[in-house]
Write a protein that binds this ligand. Structure first.
Ligand code: AMP
Length: 407
């Protein structure tokens, strides 16, 4: 687990530990927020999360140049992906003068950056209007780097990508670079699970599929006391153990992989908890007929769409005895009211365990959506904002955006 050990952050450069006075600070943020058809922000969470970093820099009498991507533009300018739509909200939140450069590089951006006064903010247009951004182009990164004299990365959501603005740019600031508060908090909190966690450590994995999560399972089997598996991915495990899963979700090509994970869990003395019973439906619909049955004996033509009450009870018991908890992925099709009970109960059990003193980390898009849906955000220890980045970090991979600041 060499890569994980690398990140002990004893010498982590954060914006609190360095002198940021009177500088032009180039900050990579994650302002990839959802917009409605009138270009209004429907969920400003990501912008709000970056405000403390921006304010801290402004308070040091420095100016801030913000760089971000928004959506997935194909090539060149597309109005619906323009960061100009974020300006009114940003001005209101920061209560300072926020300028806008309608191209992230070029003479106009250069001039605006050069003339930027202390305590002013300049927002650059969407980086991904240039394909050089995702390609990690060095020349493009250099042009961006020329706007400022210090680089801060606060975009944890893209830390697993070696893009121009997240990674490549850091080489132009060999000493003048640091993590923003979001990056620092994310890494510190994930490390609470990966490095010397309070024991017992329980991981709860759910969601639709094992594919994409198998590396996490393998890495976690070296670390956890308890591994709880629910959601659609449970059925590949149950079938690997000889169960009948009816027409539930299955990844046939991963049956061997699931089998190996079960064997590895035994070897490592990890308690692997698979659902005992499931709520089944005769079609994938909230209006379907439903029933309860053993997870190992689902009738033909029926599919498991949530964990059942015996399972909920068992999982709750394990969660409440845990001192550290990591949760990724819903226990069932929680978007439909008939199959949300398991996910809701598990979210509540995690909140209860947290109240009793456990450290709980929630990560991955759908578990975060579930925590928000059940209003439990303030009742768990930490909710990670970077789905993909968090999963790769837990897999034991080195994140290029993190390495670039540490180097
Ligand atoms: P993922 O993106 O892999 O975390 O999967 C999240 C999705 O898994 C959610 O949209 C859930 O509706 C879905 N899901 C959870 N449990 C099941 C299940 N038993 N059958 C089908 N889909 C499921």
């Amino acid at each position: 687990m060499e890569t994980v050990e690398l990140h002990n952050f004893i010498n982590m450069a954060t914006i609190d530990s360095i002198d940021l006075k009177n500088k032009k600070v180039l900050v990579r943020v994650d302002f990839n927020v959802p917009l409605n058809e009138n270009f209004e922000i429907t969920d400003p969470t990501r912008i709000n999360a970056a405000i403390p970093t921006i304010k801290k820099i402004l308070n040091e009498k420095s100016s801030v140049i913000l760089m971000s991507h928004l959506g997935r533009p194909k090539e060149g300018f597309e109005d619906k992906f323009s960061l100009k739509h974020l300006l009114p909200y940003l001005k209101e939140k920061l209560n300072v003068n926020v300028l806008f450069a309608d191209d992230c590089i070029g003479s106009s951006a250069n001039q605006l950056a050069a003339e930027l006064k202390p305590k002013e903010v300049l927002l650059l247009e969407n980086l991904r209007f240039y394909k050089e951004e995702t390609k990690g182009d060095v020349e493009f990164a250099k042009k961006l780097a020329n706007h400022g004299d210090f680089y801060v990365n606060d975009a944890f959501g893209t830390a697993h990508r070696a893009h121009a603005s997240t990674t490549i740019i850091a080489q132009f600031f060999p000493k003048d670079k640091a993590f923003g508060y979001i990056m620092g908090d994310e890494l510190k909190n994930i490390n609470k699970i990966l490095q010397e966690p309070k024991r017992p450590l329980t991981t709860i994995l759910g969601g639709a599929k094992i594919s994409g999560k198998i590396e996490i399972i393998n890495n976690l089997l070296d670390k956890v006391e308890n591994l709880i598996i629910g959601g659609g991915m449970m059925f590949t495990f149950i079938k690997a153990m000889g169960g009948n899963i009816g027409s539930s979700l299955i990844e046939e090509d991963l049956l061997d992989t699931a089998h190996e994970a079960i064997e590895k869990a035994k070897e490592q003395n990890v308690n692997l908890y698979l659902p005992l019973d499931v709520k089944i439906a005769n079609e994938f619909s909230n209006e379907a007929q439903t029933d309860l049955c053993s997870s190992y004996n689902i009738p033909d033509g029926w599919m498991g769409l949530d964990i059942g009450p015996k399972t909920i009870q068992k999982f709750e018991e394990v969660i409440l005895k845990s001192s550290s908890i990591l949760w990724n992925g819903p226990m069932g099709v929680f978007e439909m009211s008939n199959y949300e009970e398991g996910t809701k109960a598990i979210a509540e059990a995690i909140a209860n365990a947290t109240k009793k003193g456990a450290f709980s980390l929630i990560g991955g898009g759908d578990s975060v959506a579930a925590i928000n849906k059940y209003n439990l955000k303030n009742k768990v220890s930490y909710v990670s904002t970077g789905g993909g980045a968090m999963l790769e970090y837990i897999e034991g991979k080195e994140l290029p955006g993190v390495k670039a600041i540490e180097a």
